[in-house]
Design a protein around this ligand. Structure first.
Ligand SMILES: Cc1ncc(COP(=O)(O)O)c(C=O)c1O
Length: 382
C-alpha cells in the first residue's frame, strides 16, 4: 500500500511518520464540526485516533481482507474490547479451554457482569451443536489453538452460529493471515496479538481486530475511545516495520516448524507431537481445507515421561531460548502448565490434553539444521 504524500511537492516518506502529538490544533470551528460529525477524516485527541496507528490499521485490514481494523494496546485488550462491545448481562458465550490462558481471567470478570460461559474442548468442537442456546451471542475460538495447536473448522462454527444469529470471533494469532483468513471462512471478527508474528521482533505490544463490517469497526472504535486502549504511535511504527518482512518471516517459521515436527515425531524421547502439518495429526484434514502456504510456526510435544524430563530438555537447549511469547525471529520454548496457563487451577490446565511434560515451541527464522541439531543434543541428554 502506498503511503500518503506529506511534503509540499507530493513526494512521499518511505516510512509513515510517528505522530506523537496528544492533541491537534483546529484550523476553524467549521473543521472541528466536520471532524466531530464524521464528515472528514481528522484528528483531535490521541485516545480517539492517531494517523500513524490508522495507517497500520489499514495495512492489517488488507492482510486479513477485512473491511477495516481496530488496533489497540495488546492482544488481551483486543479480546476484552470485543467481549465488552458485543456481550451483555444474560448473554451466553461459547468458547474453548484451548485459548490463551489470560482469557480465563477475563472470563471471571465477564461472569461477574452476568455473562454465561460454556467451555468446550477444541478437539471436540462439534459439541458446539449441542451447546448452542437461544441466548448464545458469541462463539470465540483460536485455531490453531494455544497450546496444543488443535484445529477447529471455522465454516462449521459459522453454520452453528447462524442458527441463533451469534457472532463468530476467531483468534488468528497462531495461524497469521499468511496461512489463514478467518473472515473468508465466515468469521465476523478476527483477533490478533500483534505482539507476535505481525510485529515479530519482541519489541512491541499491540492488538488488532480486523472486522468484516464497518459497523463492527465503529462499535469497537467507540469502546477503545471510551476506555482508552489506543496504541501509542511509536509502537504502531514498530508494527509497521514488522509488517514489511511479515510474509517472509512466517513462511520460514512454518518451514522450520514442519521440519522440527517431522524430526520430533521420530525421536524416541518424544511422545506426542501436535502439529497440523503432520499427516498423522488429527487436525490435518481441516487444516488442509482452511489453511494455505503451510501450517504455521507453532507446535507442541511431550518430552519423556515427567515434568523433570521436560525441564531438563529445556535447560539443555543451547540456541533455542526458554521464554514465553511466540511468532518472533528466535525459536522459543516454554512449558504451558508453568507459563501461559498458570492462571488456571492445575486440574483445569491438564483436563484437555496438556500434560505436565508438554513443551510448546514457536519456530523462528534460524537455519533449520542448527535448530534440529540443538533439539537433538538436548533430547539425547535426557
Ligand atoms: C493466541 C493468543 N492470543 C492472545 C494473546 C494475548 O496477547 P498479548 O500478550 O499481546 O496481550 C496471546 C499471548 O500470548 C496469544 O498467544
Amino acid at each position: 500500500m502506498k503511503n500518503d504524500p506529506l511534503t509540499p511537492y507530493g513526494n512521499t516518506p518511505m516510512v509513515t511518520p510517528i505522530v506523537s502529538a496528544v492533541n491537534y490544533q483546529y484550523t476553524s470551528f467549521e473543521v472541528l464540526r466536520q471532524i466531530t460529525d464524521g464528515e472528514i477524516d481528522g484528528y483531535t485527541y490521541h485516545r480517539d485516533d492517531n494517523p500513524t496507528v490508522r495507517t497500520v490499521e489499514r495495512k492489517i485490514a488488507m492482510l486479513e481482507e477485512a473491511e477495516d481494523c481496530v488496533i489497540c494496546t495488546t492482544g488481551m485488550a483486543a479480546a476484552t474490547m470485543t467481549f465488552l462491545t458485543f456481550l451483555k448481562q444474560g448473554d451466553h458465550l461459547i468458547t474453548f479451554h484451548d485459548i490463551y490462558g489470560a482469557n480465563y481471567k477475563v472470563s471471571l470478570i465477564l461472569e461477574k457482569f452476568g455473562v454465561e460461559i460454556t467451555w468446550l474442548d477444541a478437539w471436540n468442537y462439534r459439541a458446539v451443536q449441542d451447546n448452542i442456546k437461544e441466548n448464545t451471542k458469541m462463539i470465540f475460538c483460536e485455531t490453531p489453538s494455544n497450546p496444543l495447536i488443535k484445529v477447529i473448522d471455522i465454516k462449521y462454527l459459522r453454520e452453528q452460529a447462524d442458527r441463533v444469529h451469534a457472532m463468530l470471533v476467531v483468534d488468528n494469532t497462531f495461524a497469521t493471515p499468511y496461512h489463514q483468513k478467518p473472515l473468508q471462512s465466515g468469521a465476523d471478527l478476527v483477533i490478533h496479538s500483534a505482539t507476535k508474528a505481525l510485529g515479530g521482533h519482541n519489541d512491541l505490544m499491540a492488538g488488532a481486530i480486523p472486522c468484516s463490517k464497518k459497523d463492527y469497526y465503529d462499535k469497537l472504535w467507540f469502546t477503545r475511545q471510551a476506555i482508552g486502549t489506543t496504541l501509542d504511535a511509536f509502537s504502531a511504527s514498530l508494527l509497521e516495520r514488522g509488517l514489511k518482512t511479515f510474509k517472509i518471516r512466517v513462511q520460514k517459521m512454518s518451514e522450520n516448524a514442519l521440519e522440527i515436527a517431522r524430526f520430533l515425531e521420530k525421536h524416541p524421547k518424544v511422545k506426542d507431537v501436535y502439529y497440523p502439518g503432520l499427516e498423522t495429526d488429527r487436525g490435518h484434514p481441516v487444516a488442509l481445507k482452511q489453511m494455505k502456504n503451510g501450517f504455521g510456526g507453532m507446535l507442541a510435544f511431550d518430552v519423556g515421561d515427567t515434568q523433570e524430563d521436560a525441564k531438563q530438555f529445556v535447560e539443555n537447549l543451547k540456541s533455542i531460548i526458554h521464554a514465553v511469547s511466540l511468532g518472533c525471529t528466535e525459536t522459543l520454548v516454554c512449558l504451558p502448565v508453568l507459563t501461559t496457563m498458570l492462571y488456571m487451577p492445575l486440574e483445569r490446565r491438564t483436563s484437555f490434553g496438556v500434560h505436565l511434560n508438554t513443551v510448546r515451541l514457536s519456530a523462528g527464522i534460524e537455519n533449520t539444521y542448527e535448530l534440529l541439531a540443538d533439539l537433538k543434543q538436548a533430547l539425547d541428554k535426557i
